[in-house]
Design a protein around this ligand. Structure first.
Ligand code: SF4
Length: 223
């Protein structure tokens, strides 16, 4: 692997580890802290977080967990009740159906426990690689996964770590482009930075802690 490129990643990640201190954490990380890293609640919150503002995800997840904290109790709720509890997260109707089916499968096939392998997690309704990776990292402490969402995809391209068109392609490229010690931290650092500084539109490059080391690939100069 290109060690010069790895040094660039080291410099960015070390800067971010200091720079994100005190910034608002992503919803799933907050829930993880509040719920003692319970893989089930991390799984459910991550499904709810897709295409949804963090504050909405946090409120909806908390409301749902007050009503049902385990796959067994959640599988017994009707789809309509889950819809009411998670509204207004994005796609709340289809997510309610997925949640019920997911909890049912956890009970029937996995003994009421969240499985700890990528292959098994991908069997669950509503679970793709992004969700599975986050559950493995945050819920099971895996050091061998990278969770890529739109923030990670966008920022790792702006930083020049990868040149990719879609998040799944980015995940595989990041395994080659970054030192393994940073893999479990990439999501937390880049999502926090993407929500606060390196935003999709009008990134705040002038105030960014990475400005001197970031090539800002694809970022338009502001007039
Ligand atoms: S310098 Fe600009 S493009 Fe680079 S990480 Fe910071 S905000 Fe994003």
């Amino acid at each position: 692997m290109n060690s010069r490129k790895h040094k660039g990643v080291d410099a960015v990640m070390r800067s971010l580890s200091r720079a994100i201190d005190g910034l608002e954490l992503p919803a799933v990380e907050k829930i993880s802290e509040e719920q003692a890293e319970d893989p089930f609640q991390i799984l459910i919150a991550t499904i709810l977080s897709a295409r949804t503002q963090d504050a909405t995800t946090h409120v909806a997840s908390t409301r749902l967990f007050k009503r049902a904290r385990t796959p067994r109790t959640m599988a017994k709720l009707s789809v309509g009740e889950i819809e009411r509890l998670i509204y207004p997260v994005g796609f709340y109707r289809s997510k309610a159906r997925y949640l019920k089916a997911c909890c049912y499968m956890l009970v029937q096939r996995f003994g009421g426990k969240v499985p700890s392998t990528m292959e098994e997690l991908l069997m669950l309704p509503g679970v793709g690689r992004k969700t599975a990776n986050l559950v493995l990292i945050v819920g099971f402490g895996s050091g061998g996964n990278i969770c890529v969402d739109t923030h990670v995809h966008r920022i790792s391209n702006r930083l020049g770590w990868v040149r990719t068109k879609a998040p799944e392609e980015t995940e595989h490229a990041l395994y080659r482009a970054t030192p393994r010690e940073w893999w479990p931290h990439i999501n937390l650092y880049l999502v926090t930075w993407g929500q606060n500084v390196c935003r999709p539109i009008n990134p705040r490059c002038a105030e960014c802690a990475l400005a001197s080391i970031c090539p800002k690939i694809g970022v338009a100069e502001r007039p």
